[in-house]
Design a binder for this molecule. Structure first.
Ligand code: PHE
Length: 349
């Protein structure tokens, strides 16, 4: 006859096995341990009851109970290890990087078309021996107008409709946003003695309505050369060379008389329209020519204003519109596109 305790041990084992199969986390495993190996488990009750059994039964039941205890402990530690490994795998899996995924393309910035044109313009003049100087955009009336021979009530002030700086309004020393880079001629000459060969890039501001060829802000490059024996031929030679470098050998260049109070004689320079090759199109107003700069021989009074000896020295100056150059290079028909910050436009350059 089989002992009832042995029968019970068999049941305990079966139940423990079935329940362990359903354990899926460490918390459930701990409940399982308490139920089957804990102090109040059926197995422990049997083990504690051994002492009161007759010797022969004690041997049989004791051996079986201890074997089962070892077996259950072994099952427990195995399952514990499995669960731990599963947890680690899950954590690793969650944070996994798939290094074979194709990368997301980075949006790469680039230089604004006006900046590109400006750099090329400066490079052309630097290679001809000009130095680059920069100056303030907020300027004194004195430098912007007075010192370049545009006194208070001079009609030429109409050519540079001005944005005045109101909050420092001082009728004696008015300030403004410079309307051109020509004040840099004065600032440079105040600081150095001839020979002078400089270019000065920067933003200028005008109080005017915008249209396809006018913006209230635009970029100019001022040029100035002062030395003994500088003549109109130097001016033309320098600007010819500049036009060829920027627009190519085949471009033609045209000078015409123009008026600016700070030069005498004054001129403007046009190139034959690169868009229609001089045939006449919308961009050049059907004339075949596009004006890109104003220039002239520095007025002796301007030289005298900075204390130069106007008998000994002569000079030429020019002022060039950078947006105009960028428009010609790329066939852009509206200057306002440059500063509308539309990426669809800007990404093309
Ligand atoms: N400052 C003039 C303008 O803004 C251009 C210029 C510069 C003309 C130098 C002659 C000499 O239109």
């Amino acid at each position: 006859m089989i002992l009832p305790q042995l029968q019970e041990l068999k049941e305990i084992e079966d139940k423990a096995r079935t329940e362990l199969a359903a354990v899926s986390d460490e918390e459930a495993l701990e409940s399982w341990r308490i139920a089957h190996l804990g102090r109040r488990s059926r197995l422990n009750i049997i083990l504690r009851g051994l002492a009161s059994l007759p010797i022969e039964e004690r041997r049989q039941v004791g051996a079986a109970a201890n074997r089962l205890r070892l077996e259950l402990e072994e099952m427990l530690s195995q399952r514990q290890a499995q669960l731990r490994e599963a947890t680690v795998t899950a954590v690793v899996e969650r944070g996994r990087l798939d290094v074979t995924l194709p990368g997301r393309p980075l949006a790469i910035g680039r230089l604004h078309p006006v900046t590109q044109a400006l750099r090329d313009i400066l490079a052309a003049f630097v290679s001809m021996g000009f130095q680059v100087f920069e100056g303030p955009e907020v300027e004194w009336d004195h430098y912007n107008f007075e010192a370049v021979r545009i006194p208070k009530d001079h009609p030429a002030r109409d050519m540079w409709d001005t944005l005045w700086i109101d909050y420092v309004r001082n009728d004696e020393y008015p300030m403004l946003l410079r309307t051109h880079t020509s004040p840099m001629q004065i600032r440079v000459m105040e600081q150095m003695q001839p020979p002078v060969r400089i270019v000065s890039p920067g933003k200028c501001y005008r109080h005017e309505a915008t249209d396809p060829t006018h913006e209230w802000m635009h970029t100019q490059v001022e040029g100035l050369a002062v030395d003994e024996n500088i003549s109109m031929a130097d001016l033309k030679g320098t600007l010819y060379e500049f036009a060829r470098r920027l627009f190519g050998r085949e471009r033609r260049v045209r000078f015409r008389c123009d008026y600016f109070p700070f030069v005498e004689p004054g001129a403007d320079m046009s190139i034959d329209c690169p868009l229609c090759d001089g045939q006449g199109c919308r961009a050049c107003g059907n004339s075949g020519w596009i004006e890109i700069l104003g220039a002239g021989m520095v007025h002796p009074e301007v030289l005298a204003n900075v204390g130069y000896d106007a008998e000994r020295y002569t000079g030429f100056a020019f002022g060039l519109g950078v947006e105009r150059v960028a428009m010609l290079r790329h066939g852009i028909e509206d200057i306002r596109l440059f500063y509308a910050n539309d990426l669809r436009f800007l990404e093309q350059f």
